[in-house]
Design a protein around this ligand. Sequence first.
Ligand SMILES: [Zn+2]
Ligand SMILES: [Zn+2]
Length: 332
Amino acid sequence: MPTFKVYKGSEDGYPKESTTTKPDELVGDNVLVKITASGICGTDLHHRQRDVVLGHEGVGIVEDVGPQVKYLKKGTRVAWGFVTGSCGHCLLCLQGEEVFCRERCIYGFHNVDQGSFGSHAVWSEAFLHVVPDSISDEDAAPLQCGGATSFTALEGVKPTDTVAIMGVGGLGHLSIQFANKLGCRVVVLSGTSSKREEALKLGAHKFISMADYKPEDFDDEWKINRLLIATSVLPKWEILLPMLAPKAIIYALSVSFANLEMPYMPFILDGISVKGSLVATRAVHREMLDFAAFHGIKPVVETFPLTAEGMKEAMDKLDSGKIHFKAVLVAK
Ligand SMILES: [Zn+2]
Ligand SMILES: [Zn+2]
């Protein structure tokens, strides 16, 4: 081995088949994974025109292990996400905050000769997660990115908290399920009422369509302790801030390159915080997988073949907003 198939970004924005060759012998704690499924999300669209191998929500089977691999064995089902390495020695790594390590390896910038759009990849054992038996390959893939991100944004919530989720898409539909199973009151804030039924079915207790929202109808009982923004359109803060409870925490989860501008005084007077976060640390990632397995939390997925044609079709559907929750590529 190993020369394997990969799919890279290209000028026309659609992945092109290519190959990557790794050294014949696996070294250190490296693990060769045969890929069975990959999620596809906005971050892949962001890198689609770059000369890098795409895909960062991977699931597969261990095919071979390096000499220092301790826990994984041939045949183990594993998965990985956006972060695939860190120095292991700095204070952030020692504190379990390796996603912020200055030497972290992240999708699109490191290990760009491989990704989850391909037949195989070689990763450090330390950054692979065992997939619980009850989670299928296609359901496990989106959990590596959207699941990890949502679960991190819910860290520390209390069962007595009201969690508001803005947007019912890839991130939002997982956030609703996690918040419900964490015992919180879950309110969904959506641009229109079109996703009401789906949101309630996923575990929302209340659905507010912001298009016909009237502040006088908002019950103080539902004041929001944790707000997850899972849409690319930022909210109208002057409407939203009065819905928050004192000391509320706002997580902006979707990626935007715009400036975050908000009214200033409510932050001081009500002690509101805005938090940044990036997927999940490995510890939180593993807790998320266990939690999802135990509570039967699953993404709603539409599957496509893990081929260039499958990727093109999935990307076109993502572009045109036709994927309501998650697109997943599945190897035959
Ligand atoms: Zn992703
Ligand atoms: Zn480090």
